[in-house]
Design a protein around this ligand. Structure first.
Ligand code: EPZ
Length: 416
Protein backbone atom coordinates (compact mmCIF):
# COMPACT_ATOMS: atom_id res chain seq x y z
CA UNK A 1 0.00 0.00 0.00
CA UNK A 2 1.44 3.37 -0.93
CA UNK A 3 2.41 5.00 2.30
CA UNK A 4 0.15 8.06 2.14
CA UNK A 5 1.92 11.19 3.21
CA UNK A 6 1.09 14.79 3.94
CA UNK A 7 3.26 17.34 2.08
CA UNK A 8 3.56 20.75 3.70
CA UNK A 9 5.33 23.89 2.46
CA UNK A 10 6.14 25.99 5.52
CA UNK A 11 6.16 29.73 6.04
CA UNK A 12 2.49 30.62 5.57
CA UNK A 13 0.58 32.38 8.36
CA UNK A 14 -2.77 30.80 9.25
CA UNK A 15 -5.65 33.26 8.92
CA UNK A 16 -9.40 32.74 9.02
CA UNK A 17 -11.54 30.29 10.96
CA UNK A 18 -11.63 26.53 11.57
CA UNK A 19 -14.60 24.61 12.95
CA UNK A 20 -13.82 21.87 15.46
CA UNK A 21 -15.52 18.45 15.22
CA UNK A 22 -17.03 16.30 17.95
CA UNK A 23 -14.53 14.94 20.48
CA UNK A 24 -12.88 11.60 19.62
CA UNK A 25 -12.32 10.77 23.29
CA UNK A 26 -15.95 11.55 24.15
CA UNK A 27 -17.61 9.78 21.22
CA UNK A 28 -15.71 6.49 21.68
CA UNK A 29 -16.99 5.75 25.21
CA UNK A 30 -20.45 7.10 24.30
CA UNK A 31 -20.61 4.66 21.38
CA UNK A 32 -19.59 1.70 23.58
CA UNK A 33 -22.18 2.82 26.17
CA UNK A 34 -24.96 2.24 23.59
CA UNK A 35 -24.37 -1.48 24.26
CA UNK A 36 -26.12 -0.92 27.59
CA UNK A 37 -29.35 0.17 25.91
CA UNK A 38 -32.10 -2.21 24.85
CA UNK A 39 -33.51 0.31 22.35
CA UNK A 40 -31.82 2.38 19.60
CA UNK A 41 -29.65 5.47 20.25
CA UNK A 42 -28.80 8.46 18.04
CA UNK A 43 -25.46 10.20 18.52
CA UNK A 44 -25.18 13.64 16.93
CA UNK A 45 -22.11 15.49 15.62
CA UNK A 46 -19.91 12.40 15.37
CA UNK A 47 -16.47 13.17 13.86
CA UNK A 48 -15.43 11.28 10.72
CA UNK A 49 -12.47 9.41 12.18
CA UNK A 50 -10.85 6.04 11.60
CA UNK A 51 -11.33 5.26 15.30
CA UNK A 52 -15.09 5.79 14.98
CA UNK A 53 -15.06 3.35 12.05
CA UNK A 54 -13.23 0.75 14.15
CA UNK A 55 -15.45 1.01 17.23
CA UNK A 56 -18.52 0.77 14.95
CA UNK A 57 -17.10 -2.46 13.47
CA UNK A 58 -16.51 -3.81 16.97
CA UNK A 59 -20.15 -3.11 17.89
CA UNK A 60 -21.36 -4.79 14.69
CA UNK A 61 -19.19 -7.84 15.47
CA UNK A 62 -21.12 -8.04 18.77
CA UNK A 63 -24.47 -8.03 16.96
CA UNK A 64 -25.41 -4.35 17.18
CA UNK A 65 -26.74 -2.56 14.10
CA UNK A 66 -24.77 0.62 13.35
CA UNK A 67 -25.43 3.19 10.62
CA UNK A 68 -23.81 6.53 9.89
CA UNK A 69 -26.09 9.17 8.32
CA UNK A 70 -24.55 12.57 7.64
CA UNK A 71 -22.89 13.32 11.01
CA UNK A 72 -25.26 11.20 13.08
CA UNK A 73 -24.58 7.66 14.23
CA UNK A 74 -27.53 5.33 14.88
CA UNK A 75 -26.88 2.28 17.07
CA UNK A 76 -29.40 -0.47 17.81
CA UNK A 77 -27.93 -2.85 20.38
CA UNK A 78 -31.25 -4.42 21.35
CA UNK A 79 -30.05 -7.90 20.33
CA UNK A 80 -26.42 -8.70 21.06
CA UNK A 81 -25.34 -12.01 19.56
CA UNK A 82 -21.75 -12.21 20.79
CA UNK A 83 -19.73 -10.88 23.66
CA UNK A 84 -16.22 -11.11 22.23
CA UNK A 85 -14.11 -8.26 20.87
CA UNK A 86 -11.64 -9.98 18.58
CA UNK A 87 -7.88 -9.67 18.59
CA UNK A 88 -7.52 -7.76 15.33
CA UNK A 89 -10.14 -5.23 16.43
CA UNK A 90 -8.58 -4.51 19.80
CA UNK A 91 -5.10 -4.38 18.28
CA UNK A 92 -6.36 -1.76 15.83
CA UNK A 93 -7.59 0.41 18.65
CA UNK A 94 -7.06 -0.10 22.37
CA UNK A 95 -10.17 1.93 23.18
CA UNK A 96 -12.08 -1.24 22.18
CA UNK A 97 -11.44 -2.27 25.79
CA UNK A 98 -14.31 0.11 26.62
CA UNK A 99 -16.81 -2.52 25.43
CA UNK A 100 -15.93 -4.64 28.46
CA UNK A 101 -17.93 -2.73 31.08
CA UNK A 102 -21.12 -2.49 29.02
CA UNK A 103 -20.92 -6.15 27.84
CA UNK A 104 -20.38 -7.39 31.40
CA UNK A 105 -23.29 -5.31 32.69
CA UNK A 106 -25.68 -6.18 29.86
CA UNK A 107 -24.84 -9.89 29.18
CA UNK A 108 -22.83 -11.06 32.21
CA UNK A 109 -19.94 -12.03 29.92
CA UNK A 110 -17.12 -10.23 28.09
CA UNK A 111 -14.18 -11.62 26.18
CA UNK A 112 -11.74 -8.97 24.99
CA UNK A 113 -8.27 -9.40 23.58
CA UNK A 114 -5.64 -7.88 25.86
CA UNK A 115 -4.88 -4.48 24.33
CA UNK A 116 -1.20 -4.47 23.41
CA UNK A 117 0.92 -1.61 24.56
CA UNK A 118 1.38 1.14 22.09
CA UNK A 119 4.08 3.60 21.17
CA UNK A 120 3.46 5.86 24.16
CA UNK A 121 3.50 3.27 26.92
CA UNK A 122 2.54 -0.18 28.24
CA UNK A 123 -0.98 1.08 29.03
CA UNK A 124 -2.13 -1.74 31.32
CA UNK A 125 -5.79 -2.28 32.22
CA UNK A 126 -5.25 -3.51 35.79
CA UNK A 127 -7.44 -0.74 37.26
CA UNK A 128 -10.32 -1.69 34.94
CA UNK A 129 -10.08 -5.38 35.93
CA UNK A 130 -9.69 -4.68 39.66
CA UNK A 131 -12.89 -2.62 39.51
CA UNK A 132 -14.84 -5.33 37.70
CA UNK A 133 -13.72 -7.88 40.32
CA UNK A 134 -14.85 -5.56 43.10
CA UNK A 135 -18.30 -5.56 41.45
CA UNK A 136 -18.43 -9.36 41.47
CA UNK A 137 -16.93 -10.38 38.13
CA UNK A 138 -14.45 -13.26 37.83
CA UNK A 139 -11.55 -12.41 35.55
CA UNK A 140 -9.45 -14.98 33.65
CA UNK A 141 -6.65 -14.38 31.17
CA UNK A 142 -6.22 -17.02 28.44
CA UNK A 143 -4.32 -17.00 25.16
CA UNK A 144 -4.04 -13.21 25.16
CA UNK A 145 -7.70 -12.70 25.94
CA UNK A 146 -9.31 -11.38 29.11
CA UNK A 147 -12.51 -13.24 30.02
CA UNK A 148 -14.85 -11.63 32.52
CA UNK A 149 -18.00 -13.30 33.81
CA UNK A 150 -20.58 -12.52 36.43
CA UNK A 151 -23.90 -13.85 37.68
CA UNK A 152 -24.84 -10.18 38.09
CA UNK A 153 -22.73 -7.13 38.96
CA UNK A 154 -23.22 -5.61 42.41
CA UNK A 155 -22.49 -2.04 43.49
CA UNK A 156 -19.12 -1.56 45.25
CA UNK A 157 -16.83 1.13 46.60
CA UNK A 158 -13.75 1.31 44.32
CA UNK A 159 -10.64 3.46 44.76
CA UNK A 160 -8.61 4.07 41.58
CA UNK A 161 -4.84 4.11 42.28
CA UNK A 162 -4.53 6.48 39.32
CA UNK A 163 -7.29 8.72 37.88
CA UNK A 164 -7.41 6.61 34.73
CA UNK A 165 -9.81 7.97 32.08
CA UNK A 166 -10.57 4.55 30.59
CA UNK A 167 -10.98 2.81 33.94
CA UNK A 168 -13.34 5.56 35.15
CA UNK A 169 -15.43 5.19 31.97
CA UNK A 170 -15.48 1.38 31.94
CA UNK A 171 -16.51 1.18 35.60
CA UNK A 172 -19.17 3.92 35.27
CA UNK A 173 -20.75 1.95 32.43
CA UNK A 174 -20.58 -1.36 34.30
CA UNK A 175 -22.08 0.22 37.44
CA UNK A 176 -24.99 1.76 35.52
CA UNK A 177 -26.79 -1.62 35.37
CA UNK A 178 -25.34 -3.19 38.54
CA UNK A 179 -27.50 -4.04 41.54
CA UNK A 180 -27.09 -1.31 44.16
CA UNK A 181 -24.84 1.72 44.35
CA UNK A 182 -21.21 2.04 43.23
CA UNK A 183 -18.88 4.73 44.54
CA UNK A 184 -15.80 5.39 42.41
CA UNK A 185 -13.05 7.38 44.14
CA UNK A 186 -10.00 9.20 42.75
CA UNK A 187 -11.72 9.23 39.35
CA UNK A 188 -10.61 11.06 36.21
CA UNK A 189 -12.27 14.50 35.90
CA UNK A 190 -11.91 15.03 32.14
CA UNK A 191 -14.83 16.71 30.26
CA UNK A 192 -15.24 13.45 28.32
CA UNK A 193 -16.17 11.71 31.61
CA UNK A 194 -18.90 14.31 32.19
CA UNK A 195 -20.16 13.82 28.63
CA UNK A 196 -20.40 10.05 29.18
CA UNK A 197 -22.25 10.57 32.47
CA UNK A 198 -24.72 12.88 30.73
CA UNK A 199 -25.29 10.20 28.09
CA UNK A 200 -25.85 7.47 30.69
CA UNK A 201 -28.32 9.72 32.56
CA UNK A 202 -30.15 10.51 29.30
CA UNK A 203 -30.59 6.72 28.89
CA UNK A 204 -32.18 6.58 32.36
CA UNK A 205 -29.01 6.06 34.38
CA UNK A 206 -28.34 7.62 37.78
CA UNK A 207 -24.76 8.97 37.73
CA UNK A 208 -23.75 11.80 40.08
CA UNK A 209 -20.45 13.64 40.56
CA UNK A 210 -18.86 13.19 37.13
CA UNK A 211 -16.13 15.83 36.73
CA UNK A 212 -15.11 15.50 40.37
CA UNK A 213 -12.96 12.94 42.22
CA UNK A 214 -15.96 10.96 43.50
CA UNK A 215 -18.63 9.52 41.21
CA UNK A 216 -21.72 7.80 42.61
CA UNK A 217 -23.69 5.47 40.33
CA UNK A 218 -27.01 3.93 41.38
CA UNK A 219 -27.66 0.85 39.24
CA UNK A 220 -31.00 0.71 37.39
CA UNK A 221 -32.71 -2.38 35.91
CA UNK A 222 -32.72 -1.10 32.32
CA UNK A 223 -31.36 1.68 30.12
CA UNK A 224 -33.16 2.83 26.98
CA UNK A 225 -32.12 4.69 23.84
CA UNK A 226 -31.80 8.48 23.61
CA UNK A 227 -30.25 11.22 21.49
CA UNK A 228 -26.94 12.77 22.48
CA UNK A 229 -24.80 15.56 21.02
CA UNK A 230 -21.08 14.96 21.54
CA UNK A 231 -18.96 17.74 23.11
CA UNK A 232 -16.43 19.46 20.81
CA UNK A 233 -12.88 18.13 20.70
CA UNK A 234 -10.72 20.24 23.06
CA UNK A 235 -7.51 18.56 21.82
CA UNK A 236 -8.31 19.25 18.15
CA UNK A 237 -9.09 22.86 19.12
CA UNK A 238 -5.85 23.20 21.09
CA UNK A 239 -3.87 21.72 18.20
CA UNK A 240 -5.17 24.38 15.80
CA UNK A 241 -4.49 27.17 18.32
CA UNK A 242 -0.85 26.03 18.45
CA UNK A 243 -0.68 25.75 14.64
CA UNK A 244 -1.80 29.39 14.45
CA UNK A 245 0.69 30.46 17.14
CA UNK A 246 3.72 28.85 15.46
CA UNK A 247 2.93 30.57 12.13
CA UNK A 248 2.33 33.98 13.74
CA UNK A 249 -1.23 33.70 12.50
CA UNK A 250 -4.61 35.13 13.43
CA UNK A 251 -7.11 32.28 13.74
CA UNK A 252 -10.66 31.84 15.03
CA UNK A 253 -11.47 28.32 16.25
CA UNK A 254 -15.25 27.72 16.23
CA UNK A 255 -17.32 25.15 18.17
CA UNK A 256 -15.26 25.04 21.37
CA UNK A 257 -16.10 25.09 25.08
CA UNK A 258 -13.45 27.60 26.30
CA UNK A 259 -13.65 26.21 29.83
CA UNK A 260 -12.27 22.87 28.58
CA UNK A 261 -9.14 24.58 27.29
CA UNK A 262 -8.19 26.61 30.39
CA UNK A 263 -4.71 25.08 30.94
CA UNK A 264 -3.85 25.39 27.22
CA UNK A 265 -5.09 29.00 27.01
CA UNK A 266 -3.13 29.91 30.15
CA UNK A 267 0.11 28.50 28.75
CA UNK A 268 -0.35 30.09 25.30
CA UNK A 269 -0.86 33.49 26.97
CA UNK A 270 2.39 32.94 28.92
CA UNK A 271 4.06 32.22 25.56
CA UNK A 272 2.92 35.66 24.41
CA UNK A 273 -0.20 34.88 22.38
CA UNK A 274 -3.37 36.94 22.71
CA UNK A 275 -6.49 34.81 23.09
CA UNK A 276 -10.02 36.23 22.92
CA UNK A 277 -12.74 34.00 24.37
CA UNK A 278 -16.13 33.96 22.66
CA UNK A 279 -19.25 32.07 23.75
CA UNK A 280 -18.23 29.00 21.74
CA UNK A 281 -15.11 30.19 19.94
CA UNK A 282 -11.53 31.26 20.60
CA UNK A 283 -9.49 33.75 18.58
CA UNK A 284 -5.69 33.62 18.81
CA UNK A 285 -3.32 36.35 17.62
CA UNK A 286 0.43 36.21 17.89
CA UNK A 287 2.43 39.40 17.81
CA UNK A 288 6.18 39.40 18.43
CA UNK A 289 8.47 36.58 19.51
CA UNK A 290 7.26 33.50 21.39
CA UNK A 291 8.57 33.07 24.95
CA UNK A 292 9.85 29.69 26.18
CA UNK A 293 7.48 28.31 28.85
CA UNK A 294 7.70 25.16 31.01
CA UNK A 295 4.83 22.65 31.08
CA UNK A 296 4.06 19.56 33.10
CA UNK A 297 1.33 17.21 31.89
CA UNK A 298 -1.24 16.13 34.51
CA UNK A 299 -4.70 14.57 34.64
CA UNK A 300 -7.47 17.13 34.02
CA UNK A 301 -7.69 19.98 34.94
CA UNK A 302 -3.88 19.99 34.50
CA UNK A 303 -2.15 20.51 31.15
CA UNK A 304 -3.32 17.63 28.92
CA UNK A 305 -0.82 14.94 27.92
CA UNK A 306 -2.54 14.89 24.51
CA UNK A 307 -1.28 18.44 23.92
CA UNK A 308 2.34 17.80 25.00
CA UNK A 309 3.77 16.91 21.59
CA UNK A 310 2.10 19.87 19.90
CA UNK A 311 3.42 22.24 22.59
CA UNK A 312 6.92 20.83 22.21
CA UNK A 313 6.78 21.68 18.49
CA UNK A 314 5.78 25.25 19.40
CA UNK A 315 8.64 25.58 21.91
CA UNK A 316 11.22 24.86 19.18
CA UNK A 317 10.40 28.36 17.88
CA UNK A 318 10.29 30.08 21.30
CA UNK A 319 13.08 32.27 22.75
CA UNK A 320 14.98 30.40 25.47
CA UNK A 321 14.83 27.00 27.10
CA UNK A 322 11.56 25.29 28.03
CA UNK A 323 11.27 22.18 30.23
CA UNK A 324 8.51 19.75 29.24
CA UNK A 325 7.66 17.10 31.84
CA UNK A 326 5.40 14.17 30.88
CA UNK A 327 3.91 12.60 34.02
CA UNK A 328 1.03 10.57 32.51
CA UNK A 329 2.70 8.21 30.02
CA UNK A 330 6.16 6.71 30.37
CA UNK A 331 7.28 6.98 26.77
CA UNK A 332 5.66 9.92 25.05
CA UNK A 333 8.66 11.77 23.60
CA UNK A 334 9.10 9.89 20.30
CA UNK A 335 8.23 13.05 18.38
CA UNK A 336 11.43 14.68 19.74
CA UNK A 337 13.61 12.51 17.47
CA UNK A 338 11.54 13.51 14.42
CA UNK A 339 11.58 17.20 15.39
CA UNK A 340 15.39 17.00 15.70
CA UNK A 341 15.49 15.86 12.06
CA UNK A 342 13.89 19.21 11.23
CA UNK A 343 16.59 21.08 13.18
CA UNK A 344 15.06 21.30 16.66
CA UNK A 345 17.36 21.31 19.71
CA UNK A 346 15.76 18.94 22.24
CA UNK A 347 17.44 16.99 25.03
CA UNK A 348 15.56 14.20 26.84
CA UNK A 349 16.32 12.89 30.28
CA UNK A 350 13.75 10.51 31.71
CA UNK A 351 10.38 12.16 31.99
CA UNK A 352 11.65 15.62 31.04
CA UNK A 353 12.64 17.20 27.75
CA UNK A 354 14.54 20.51 27.44
CA UNK A 355 13.79 22.45 24.25
CA UNK A 356 16.25 25.22 23.30
CA UNK A 357 14.80 27.80 20.93
CA UNK A 358 14.36 29.41 18.57
CA UNK A 359 15.64 26.83 16.07
CA UNK A 360 15.61 27.36 12.35
CA UNK A 361 13.34 24.46 11.35
CA UNK A 362 13.92 22.95 7.91
CA UNK A 363 11.56 20.77 5.93
CA UNK A 364 12.45 17.04 6.05
CA UNK A 365 10.94 13.59 5.61
CA UNK A 366 9.49 12.63 9.03
CA UNK A 367 7.12 9.97 10.39
CA UNK A 368 4.39 10.19 13.00
CA UNK A 369 4.80 7.67 15.81
CA UNK A 370 1.44 8.28 17.46
CA UNK A 371 -1.60 10.37 16.75
CA UNK A 372 -0.53 13.51 18.62
CA UNK A 373 3.13 13.21 17.59
CA UNK A 374 1.89 13.30 14.00
CA UNK A 375 0.05 16.55 14.64
CA UNK A 376 3.18 17.97 16.29
CA UNK A 377 5.13 17.28 13.09
CA UNK A 378 2.44 18.96 10.96
CA UNK A 379 2.65 21.98 13.29
CA UNK A 380 6.45 22.14 13.02
CA UNK A 381 6.23 21.74 9.22
CA UNK A 382 3.93 24.77 8.99
CA UNK A 383 6.79 26.90 10.41
CA UNK A 384 9.71 25.12 8.72
CA UNK A 385 11.66 26.49 5.78
CA UNK A 386 10.90 24.44 2.68
CA UNK A 387 8.84 21.31 2.24
CA UNK A 388 8.16 18.58 4.80
CA UNK A 389 6.76 15.09 4.14
CA UNK A 390 4.92 13.57 7.11
CA UNK A 391 4.54 9.78 6.78
CA UNK A 392 2.30 7.33 8.72
CA UNK A 393 -0.58 9.79 8.38
CA UNK A 394 -3.10 6.99 8.95
CA UNK A 395 -2.25 7.61 12.61
CA UNK A 396 -3.24 11.27 12.24
CA UNK A 397 -6.51 10.36 10.50
CA UNK A 398 -7.44 8.44 13.67
CA UNK A 399 -7.91 11.65 15.61
CA UNK A 400 -8.24 14.60 13.23
CA UNK A 401 -11.34 14.98 11.08
CA UNK A 402 -10.52 16.56 7.67
CA UNK A 403 -7.15 17.93 8.85
CA UNK A 404 -5.78 18.79 5.39
CA UNK A 405 -8.96 20.54 4.19
CA UNK A 406 -9.33 22.49 7.45
CA UNK A 407 -5.74 23.77 7.27
CA UNK A 408 -5.98 24.53 3.52
CA UNK A 409 -9.00 26.74 4.26
CA UNK A 410 -6.89 29.00 6.50
CA UNK A 411 -3.93 29.37 4.14
CA UNK A 412 -1.67 26.40 4.83
CA UNK A 413 0.11 24.97 1.80
CA UNK A 414 -0.69 21.35 2.62
CA UNK A 415 -1.78 18.35 0.53
CA UNK A 416 -1.96 14.56 0.75
C1 EPZ B 1 -7.37 8.18 27.42
O1 EPZ B 1 -6.58 7.00 27.32
C2 EPZ B 1 -7.32 8.83 26.05
N1 EPZ B 1 -7.90 7.92 25.06
C3 EPZ B 1 -5.88 9.17 25.69
O2 EPZ B 1 -5.90 9.87 24.44
C4 EPZ B 1 -5.33 10.12 26.75
O3 EPZ B 1 -3.97 10.39 26.48
C5 EPZ B 1 -5.45 9.46 28.14
O4 EPZ B 1 -6.83 9.10 28.37
C6 EPZ B 1 -5.00 10.38 29.26
O5 EPZ B 1 -5.73 11.55 29.23
C7 EPZ B 1 -9.26 7.84 24.97
O6 EPZ B 1 -9.98 8.48 25.70
C8 EPZ B 1 -9.79 6.91 23.92
P1 EPZ B 1 -5.57 6.43 31.15
P2 EPZ B 1 -6.59 5.93 28.54
O7 EPZ B 1 -6.22 5.15 31.50
O8 EPZ B 1 -7.95 5.84 29.11
C9 EPZ B 1 -2.13 4.20 33.49
C10 EPZ B 1 -5.25 10.34 22.26
O9 EPZ B 1 -4.20 10.74 21.74
N2 EPZ B 1 -3.12 3.13 33.70
O10 EPZ B 1 -6.02 7.69 31.81
O11 EPZ B 1 -5.92 4.69 28.07
C11 EPZ B 1 -1.65 4.22 32.04
O12 EPZ B 1 -0.59 3.31 31.88
C12 EPZ B 1 -5.21 9.27 23.33
O13 EPZ B 1 -6.40 10.76 21.96
C13 EPZ B 1 -2.79 2.06 34.53
O14 EPZ B 1 -1.69 2.01 35.08
O15 EPZ B 1 -5.63 6.68 29.58
C14 EPZ B 1 -1.20 5.63 31.83
O16 EPZ B 1 0.14 5.77 32.28
C15 EPZ B 1 -3.79 8.86 23.65
N3 EPZ B 1 -3.69 1.06 34.72
C16 EPZ B 1 -2.11 6.44 32.75
O17 EPZ B 1 -2.73 5.49 33.64
C17 EPZ B 1 -4.94 1.09 34.14
O18 EPZ B 1 -5.73 0.15 34.37
C18 EPZ B 1 -3.21 7.19 32.01
O19 EPZ B 1 -3.98 6.23 31.33
C19 EPZ B 1 -5.26 2.17 33.30
C20 EPZ B 1 -4.35 3.19 33.09
Amino acid sequence: MSEDKIIIEGGHRLKGSITVSGAKNAVLPVITATLLSSTPCRIIDVPKLADVEVISQVLESLGAKVSFLDKDLYVDASNLSRCEASDDMVRKMRASILVMGPLLARTGKAKVSMPGGCAIGTRPIDLHLKGFEAMGATIRKEHGYVLAETAGLKGARIYLDFPSVGATENLMMAAALAKGTTILENTAEEPEIVDLANFLNAMGGRVRGAGTKIIKIEGVPELTGCEHQVIPDRIEAGSYLIAAAITGGDLIVENVIPDHLKPVIAKLEEVGCFIYEGESSLQIKTAGPLQAVDIKTLPYPGFPTDMQAQFMALMTKAQGASVITETVFENRFMHAEELRRMGADIRINGRSAVVEGPSHLQGAAVKSTDLRAGMALVIAALAAEGTTEVGNISLIDRGYDNLVEKLQQVGAKIRR
